[in-house]
Design a protein around this ligand. Structure first.
Ligand code: GRF
Length: 219
C-alpha cells in the first residue's frame, strides 16, 4: 500500500504531531509522516519527530525579510521531501494565498473550536466569556482566510461550570488527538470530496474490497 507522504508543520510543543506520529506507526495507516518542519527552531515538537526517526527542518521566519521568501523556502523544503499533503499542527504563521494556491486542497489544519465559531487565538478564554455550553475542535482544509475552509471532522466538548481556560483547553486537546489522526486517515484514503466548499465523506470499502454505496456519501 502506497502511503500518502505527509509533512507536519509546527511551531510549539507538538502534541497533535505526536498523535499523528503514533497513528502513522501502524503499518496499515494510510499516511506516512516524511518530514516535520518548524518556523521555530526551539519547538518541542522537533524533538518528538527526531525521536520517532522523522526528518526535521527548521525554517525560522525571522531569517527572511519577506513573507514570500519564507514561504518559498518552505515550499522548496516540502517539494524536496516529496510531500503530498501538509498538516498544520499548531503552526503559528499565517500562510498567504499564493502559498495555499500552490497546494490546492492539500493543506489541512486543526483548530481548537467548533468552526466557524471562535476563529483565531485565545479560543478557550472567549468560549468561557461568551458562556457557550459546547466547544470542541475542527480539522479542515485550509483556505487563505484564517481558520476557514471545508470541515473534515469535528468533535464537540462540553463546557463545565467550573472550567478555566486551562482545564477546557486540556479537554479539547484530548479530542484533538482523536480527531486529527481520524481526519488524516479520511484524506489519505481518498475518501474526502469537496463540493461547494463542504466535505462529503465517501463510505469505506468492505473487507472484500468492494465499495459500499460509493456515491452515497454522508457528512
Ligand atoms: C492546538 O490546540 C491546535 O488546535 C492549535 O494549536 C495547538 C497546538 O498544540 N492550532 P500542540 O502543539 O499540537 O500541542
Amino acid at each position: 500500500m502506497a502511503r500518502l507522504k505527509t509533512a507536519v508543520l509546527i511551531s510549539g510543543r507538538g502534541s497533535n504531531l505526536q498523535a499523528l506520529i503514533d497513528a502513522a506507526a501502524a503499518s496499515d495507516y494510510p499516511a506516512e509522516i516524511v518530514c516535520v518542519v518548524s518556523n521555530n527552531p526551539g519547538a518541542g515538537g522537533l524533538k518528538r519527530a527526531a525521536k520517532a526517526g522523522i526528518a526535521t527542518a527548521s525554517i525560522d521566519h525571522r531569517d527572511f525579510d519577506r513573507r514570500a521568501s519564507f514561504e518559498d523556502a518552505l515550499h522548496t523544503e516540502l517539494m524536496t521531501a516529496g510531500v503530498e499533503l501538509i498538516c498544520l499542527a499548531g503552526f503559528m504563521r499565517l500562510l498567504t494565498a499564493s502559498f495555499v494556491e500552490r497546494w490546492p486542497d492539500k493543506i489541512i489544519n486543526i483548530h481548537p473550536s467548533l468552526l466557524p465559531s471562535f476563529k483565531g487565538l485565545q479560543t478557550h478564554e472567549r468560549v468561557l466569556s461568551e458562556g457557550v455550553r459546547f466547544t470542541g475542535c475542527t480539522v479542515h482544509f485550509v483556505r487563505s482566510e484564517m481558520d476557514a475552509g471545508p470541515i473534515i471532522v469535528q468533535a464537540a466538548v462540553p463546557v463545565l461550570t467550573d472550567d478555566t481556560a486551562d482545564t477546557l483547553a486540556a479537554r479539547v486537546l484530548t479530542a484533538e488527538h482523536r480527531c486529527y489522526p481520524h481526519a488524516l486517515r479520511l484524506v489519505a484514503e481518498g475518501r474526502t470530496f469537496i463540493v461547494d466548499e463542504t466535505v462529503t465523506i465517501r463510505q469505506s470499502t468492505s473487507p472484500l474490497g468492494t465499495a459500499i454505496n460509493p456515491d452515497d456519501g454522508h457528512r
